[in-house]
Write a protein that binds this ligand. Structure first.
Ligand code: DGY
Length: 323
């Protein structure tokens, strides 16, 4: 008998067809009553597929048959791992296929904030370009500056490579463990957290969200950064205390920020909107046609393997065995 899969994110018609080949598939209708759809689908579901919705204990208690959740993301902070382990629910994710794309976006934000791209674009379109530009329109150099990476994993390393080899930047990193291979490849220097904040011209956040990294950057940390520094966040919004960041940007404590993620998403209103020295993107780190396609493929593959008796390629909690 076919197992039941509940898909809670948009899925291409080709992927829907592929899933239906092996499973009874229920698709969330975003225009319908969301809570009612979850209430009827969760108790039946053997598998969940999607991204962008937190599933805690309260929701999953209703999902008595659940065997696997296949998230179409590398991050898995939407799930309570301890609870999934206790229930024997496997969680799979989609690393690697999004590394370079997310690094492209991280570097885009860095460049856009440094050279004030969205702000100057809006200025030109508003008809303010009446004479040659002056210091009021100047930005900051990127090449040759110091790039501080917090979270030198795959994506952090890909951003560091862009900085080192594309822009001749000095790379600093901090974290729980040293990365000798990357130190060698990139000439990256391992340093203390406070030292990195004090020395970097660009502080780029790429750490996963956890109890340890929630509000990793707050008032104290922003005060340690140079007044000319630029903060880039492509990790998760709650890694930064957003109220403290707003204050720091308003007071000129740091020069600018490039943000892809926020404490509460979607960001519908925010004091950030009034700040010209912030570039705000709508959580698009991995959002290219090619990469989202690759992520969906991988998530489907993970789900199929988990429910059809194989071993998924990317298991977050491998101690839970696929049934
Ligand atoms: C990821 O894959 O974790 C991206 O941030 C999309 O959620």
């Amino acid at each position: 008998m076919k197992k039941n899969v509940f898909v809670f994110s948009r899925l291409s018609p080709e992927h829907q067809q592929r899933l239906r080949h092996n499973f009874n598939v229920t698709l969330l209708d975003p225009a319908g009553d969301i809570d009612a759809q979850y209430a009827s689908a969760l108790p039946e579901a053997h598998g969940l597929l999607g991204v962008g919705r937190p599933f805690g204990r309260a929701q999953l208690e209703r999902a008595g048959r659940l065997e696997v959740i296949s998230t179409i993301s590398v991050g898995y902070d939407n799930y309570e791992l301890a609870y999934l382990n206790e229930r024997g629910i496997l969680l799979t994710n989609t690393p690697d296929v999004l590394t370079e794309t997310t690094a492209d976006l991280g570097f885009t934000l860095l460049m856009a904030a440094a050279r004030r791209v969205p702000e100057l674009d809006a200025w030109v379109k508003a008809g303010h370009w009446q004479a040659p530009v002056g210091p009021a329109q100047f930005g900051s150099d990127v090449h040759g500056k110091t790039l501080g990476i917090l979270g030198l994993g795959n994506i952090g390393a890909a951003i560091a490579r862009r900085g080192r080899f594309g822009f001749n930047m000095e790379v600093l990193y901090s974290g729980n463990s040293r990365k000798p291979a990357l130190e060698q490849e990139l000439g990256a220097r391992y340093c203390g957290f406070d030292e990195l904040l004090g020395e970097a011209d660009f502080v780029v956040l790429v750490v996963p969200l956890s109890a340890q990294t929630r509000h990793l950057i707050g008032r104290r940390e922003l005060a340690l950064m140079k007044p000319s520094a630029i903060l880039v966040n492509v990790a998760r919004g709650p890694v930064v205390d957003e109220a403290a960041l707003v204050e720091a940007l308003q007071n000129g404590q740091i020069r600018a920020a490039g943000l892809d993620v926020y404490e509460k998403e979607p960001l519908r209103e925010s004091p950030l909107f009034a700040l010209p020295n912030v570039v705000t993107l709508p959580h698009v780190g991995s959002a290219t046609h090619e990469t989202r396609q690759a992520m969906a493929e991988l998530a489907l593959d993970n789900l199929e393997r988990a429910l059809l008796g194989g071993t998924p390629r990317h298991r977050v909690n491998p101690q839970v065995r696929a049934r």
